[in-house]
Design a protein around this ligand. Sequence first.
Ligand SMILES: [Zn+2]
Length: 302
Amino acid sequence: MESDGQNSADSFKRKIWKTKLHRRLKLHLWRIASDLLPTKDQTSRYVHIPDLSCPFCGFDSTSTLHLFTQCHIARALWYRSQLSIRLDNLQLSSTSQLIEMLLDPPNVMQFDKENKVKFLLFGALCIDCIWMWRNKVVHEGLLPSEVQKSRSFHKLVQEHWRLIKSSLPMDSWRSLSRWLKPRYNSFKLNCDAAVGLSYSSIAVVVRDWRGKLVFAHSKKENTNVTLQAEADAIILALNIATKLNASHFVIESDSKICIDSIRAPGDQVPWRLLSFVSAVNSIFVELGSVSFSWVYQSQMVL
Ligand SMILES: [Zn+2]
């Protein structure tokens, strides 16, 4: 018979698979929670490892918890979160406790639903990055520079958040808080693209001149190129518009290059967007009146 401790350990590990994280991150968290990460201290159980010190700071520690939460590299990364995460105050004693806390943050953190998702994502990416950098040091003797680390981490967070955001209910889109109504008897179609590691999700939300949600649609695209996904989202919006009845349509996207290329004279369209602009023009003629607008979408910072 399994003990209660075993049952709760299994139930929190099951929780990992139910999150909206990328599969690779889930697997990584699960390996840590199951003590299956090939760290020096784990490996030293089976083979003799002459040097058990931390690969980043040389601290004489065999603890994986040091690597992920206490080392100066880890601290610097966790510190970047705008959620005011202070791991020191939480008195973690194991890495599985760290994962458990990411999945179920203590009440003292006072996170709402969205911040809980952000916290889990941020933590999972912190751990993932630290592990990648640690492997670079251990296997290649290379530690990325501060700038590279900061840039690559920031980019990762952005990409993953966009992907998660696209799977959240449309009403939770932050962009809608800056949303302006179109003119009377018009529809506004907001496009969004969330680029993942192997595919993207594109989405279109249609609202009428009163701001009422008329239609929302999202689909998967086999591209991990941001520009392609953004262009596909605009084409999707135009195709949706052909099926709707309104005197005027506004297509709104945060892809400046796509919107600029639609407005540009034919000979100034970037070659990469030629087929996109020609597709826009062919759908354009089916629609009575359309305008395209670029909207600045502030970067999502966790
Ligand atoms: Zn260290």
